[in-house]
Every structure is written in C-alpha cells, then in structure tokens.
Write a protein that binds this ligand. Structure first.
Ligand code: HEM
Length: 501
C-alpha cells in the first residue's frame, strides 16, 4: 500500500515537474504549438512517420504563430520556431554572436572523437578557427581550378546514363547522381578515384548506409536527447561503422600525400595550410592550429555533407524538368547558345547561364534538401521588437520549407518558375525567405562548389537527354526518415537521347 502511495506521489511529482518545464514558453508570453505531451513535449509529433516532417512544422508555422514565432519542446528542451524573415535574419546574420553554434554534443566514445572536430559540430572559437581555414578551399579561384576535375566526372555520368538506358530507359536519377556526387567529392576532397560508375558504387553505398536510421541508432539518439549526461558517461558510440571506413581511406591518402604529387584538391589545401602554420613562430601560431584530426574530420565531413544533399538536388531538378517540358526545352536552348558562344560548357558559361541558375534555384526552393536549420543560443537574447528573451541553451529553429512555400513571399509557390531567380527579378525576393544553404556566417561553406557541381551535371544531362516522367512516377514521394528531404525510393525519369543536329 505504502509502495503504491509512494509511486503515485513520485509520478505526480514527475508530472508536475514536466508540466513546469513545459510552461517555459507560456511564462514568456510565447504561444506554444499544440500537441505537447508530458515528458516528451512535441518529440513524438515531430517523429510521426505518417506525415512529412516539413508539413508538420508547416502546420505550426501557418496555424500556431510559427510564421512569427511559437514554442516547441523536444523532451524538455525549449525550441523556438521562428518564421518571420526579419527575425530569421536577426538570428542568422545580424546577431550571430548570440547564435554562433548549432545544437551539439561532446563525443566521449574513442571511436567518435573525430566527430568533435567536424565543422558542423564544432562550437565557439574552435568552430571559428576551423571555418576560417576551410573557407580558403572554397574561393571562386579554387572552384575554377577544380572545374576540370568536375567536368571529367560529368562526362562519366553521361556515359553511365547511356549505358543504363540501353538496359532500361527508366533511370534511377538519385542513385545515378549519387555516384556522380561521390565521384566528384572523393576526387575534389582527396584525389581518390572511386570508380563508382563502373563498379556500381561501393563508396556511395557505404555513404548511403550511414544515413539509414536503425532502431539501435534511434535508441541512442533518444538517450542523447533525454539524458545527455548519461550518454556521455556511458561513452555511447554514435558514429556508423562505415564512418570508420571513410576515416581509414583519408588516413591512408594522407600518408601517400607526404611523398606523392600535389593535386590542388581540398586535402592538399588543408595540408598546405598546416605546413604554413607549422612554419610560423610561436607568437604567430594560430589559436586553433589545424590538427590531423581536423583534417581527417573535414575530409570525411565533406563526403557526408556533400554527397546526399547535391544528389537530391539534382534528382529533384530533373524530376521538375521532366514534369515541365517547356521549361526543359528553354533550358536546352539556353545551353546550346552557350556552347555556340564558348565552343563548350566552360566554367564561365555555366556560371553565367541565367535559366540554368533559375532551374537549380527553383528546385532548391520547392524541395530544399535541408528543410529546416537551427541554432543554439549562446548568450541571452531579446528578440527584436518583442519582450521575448531567448535564454542561453535554447534552440531556435528556422522552417526553411515553410518560408519557401509561403505565398506572401512567393506568388503561386507550388509553380515551377525558374524566372523568379532572373537577375531582373531578384529584387522581388524578400530577403530572409530563401535559404536552401542557410544564411549568415554559418551557412553552407560549400555553396559555390555545390552549385557549380550541380549546374554542370544538370546542363550535361539536359543537353544529352530528353527527360520525361516515368509511368507511375508522376509525383515525387519522400522518405519519412527525419533529417534531410530525400526521395522515398528514388527519382524515376525516362531518358531518351536528344537527336544531334
Ligand atoms: C546542394 C547541395 C547542398 C545543400 C542544399 C547544402 C545545404 C546546407 C545547409 C542548409 C547547411 C546549414 C546552414 C545553416 O545552418 O545556416 C549546410 C552546412 C554545411 N555544408 Fe552544405 N549543402 C550542400 C552541399 C554541400 C557540399 C558539397 C559540402 C562539402 C563539400 C557541404 C558542406 C557543408 C558544411 C561543412 C556545412 C557546415 C558549415 C558550418 O557549420 O560552418 N555542403 N549545408
């Protein structure tokens, strides 16, 4: 009897505690999105596997204050959803010093140590140090220098498409572009020839497996969310085994570089920077020198961050063009003119192509692979024009997909209209409403590289093939796995070689 009474008291106290934690936003005058339940907050709602996550967030954005701001709870962690473009800019750009970090965790398992060195997870000055060194890899000069490497891979892609459509004209675009992006990133990141097109992609397979969320990984993530201290204490390993496959490849390549020739890829750039740092006198040595771990972590991160995002973008862009034959033809005509002018698809020609830019930008608007982004508050911050104070440790989320589909900013948001991004129309775009690569000092470090890589592959594909929706695949279906927006199975498009004039 006493035991039951004790249990009841404990449960009631726990419930009261949870209710108190979940009053965080209401006590600050912030509307709370419906659907919060004791202890779990909105976690279950957000992990719903029957509705796309961006649509769940969009409902909050449209109906519950999220287009200005509204409060959420992940377990007990307060998360503020901000949808007002001015507030978005304040958080991501103007007052960046209050929001320099993302939500992160400190890996204590020895196998995970390299995760702490990754730019995406690094915090504060440590992040600043790594970012400033890595940024030198992504200047326009470097992009131009890497163009021939990417060009060779685009050639491989077109050959691969020809071989595939001899077997079946319906081609898995995401799968094929995945091989291309893996080829590009392994070549440009550390000069590795992965032969994906010939061997049907052992590297892309290994990378794709890392994105699968197994039940065991799910349990680990839940422990991390509910009890981060226990997670740390138990030294739970979070990284996938395949992650170590890539780490070993980088370590091996680094060894070879010590004696071998330079290629001008990201690995060379990082190793050169490190040599420069080593040569500096003690006084001039940087506060965060580039360690072996950082070089390894960055190379692996480039694979992880660059492979799937770009392949999804290309898959989605080809699907949209297959659905819109007129726009597809207009793009082909533009590309033919560029070839007439430049003799071939040069770096400059690709970068100047207005309609090509519009097609990629519009694909990224309609289907942004990173459908939301977030920051962690690093020092208390009063939201401009409001009484709301965001406290250190609170998470702020930006609903990228919702901003991209809001008709206040994008007339007929579901319409595929590449001309929205023409230079003469760009001033109609409300700043803070288009952020497929994020915004501000912590945006995608490789935006230029990703755009160059995607534009070249799309241009080569459209010049070579006519794209049509494959029978039974007239609509895109997406995976319910949380994280980035990726197709459910693949993007199936029928390819027919374009008759050469
Ligand atoms: C179309 C392809 C891509 C898309 C849509 C994309 C999108 C993004 C987004 C939304 C972010 C977060 C930005 C923010 O929080 O404000 C990000 C960060 C990042 N991306 Fe990309 N990305 C793409 C390609 C790439 C590629 C090819 C690489 C590497 C070669 C890469 C490396 C990174 C890194 C390292 C970060 C972390 C930056 C930091 O924390 O300082 N991304 N990306």
């Amino acid at each position: 009897m006493i035991t039951w009474a004790l249990l009841a008291v404990l449960l009631a106290s726990a419930l009261l505690y949870s209710r108190w934690r979940h009053s965080y936003w209401s006590s600050r005058g912030v509307p709370t999105a419906p659907g919060s339940i004791p202890f779990l907050g909105h976690t279950l709602k957000l992990l719903n596997r029957k509705k796309y996550r961006w649509l769940i967030i969009d409902e909050m954005y449209r109906n519950h204050g999220g287009s200005l701001y509204c409060g959420l709870y992940e377990m007990h962690t307060p998360n503020l959803l901000i949808g007002n473009p001015d507030l978005v800019k304040a958080v991501l750009i103007k007052d960046f010093d209050h929001f320099a970090d993302r939500r992160t965790f400190e890996a204590t398992n020895p196998k995970d140590k390299v995760l702490n060195e990754m730019l995406t997870n690094a915090t504060g000055d440590h992040w600043k140090g790594i970012r400033s060194v890595l940024s030198t890899s992504f200047t326009s000069g470097r992009m131009k220098g890497m163009f021939p490497l990417v060009e060779a891979k685009a050639e491989g892609l077109v050959d691969y498409f020809h071989r595939e459509l001899n077997k079946d004209p319906v081609v898995r675009m995401k799968h094929s572009f995945g091989m291309y992006t893996m080829e590009v990133i392994s070549s440009c990141a550390f000069g590795l020839e992965t032969n994906s097109f010939e061997e049907d992609g052992i590297f892309p397979q290994k990378a794709m497996e890392m994105f699968k969320i197994s039940p065991i990984l799910m349990v680990k993530i839940v422990i991390l969310l509910i009890a981060p201290k226990l997670f740390k204490l138990l030294k739970i390993q979070l990284s996938h085994e395949n992650f170590h496959f890539f780490t070993d490849v980088v370590i091996e390549t680094m060894k070879q570089r010590k004696t071998g020739a330079k290629r001008g890829d990201f690995l060379d750039i990082m190793l050169e920077t490190r040599e420069d740092q080593d040569e500096k006198t003690d006084k001039k040595k940087p506060k965060y020198p580039l360690s072996d771990e950082t070089v390894i972590a960055s190379s692996v991160l480039f694979i992880v961050a660059g492979y799937d995002t770009t392949a999804n973008t290309l898959g989605n862009a080809t699907f949209l063009l297959a659905k819109h034959p007129e726009e597809q033809e207009r793009l082909r005509e533009e590309l033919k003119k560029i070839i007439e002018e430049h003799g071939t698809l040069t770096y400059q020609g690709i970068m100047e192509a207005k309609y090509l830019d519009g097609c990629i930008s519009e694909a990224l608007r309609i289907h942004p692979p990173a459908h939301f982004t977030e920051r962690s508050c690093t020092k208390n911050y009063q939201l401009p024009g409001t009484d709301v104070v965001i406290a250190k440790g609170d998470v702020v989320s930006i609903p990228v997909w919702s901003l991209h589909h809001d008709q206040r900013y994008w007339p007929e948001p579901e319409k595929f209209d590449p001309t929205r991004f023409f230079p003469e129309n760009k001033d109609r775009i409300v700043s803070g409403t288009y952020l497929p690569f994020g915004l501000g000092p912590r945006n995608c470090i490789a935006m230029r590289f990703a755009l160059m890589e995607a534009k070249l592959a799309l241009a080569r594909t459209v010049l070579e093939f006519e794209l049509r929706c494959a029978p039974g695949h007239e609509d895109l279906e997406f995976s319910f796995v949380p994280g980035i927006m990726r197709p459910k199975d693949d993007v199936f498009v029928t390819l027919t070689p374009v008759a050469k004039e």
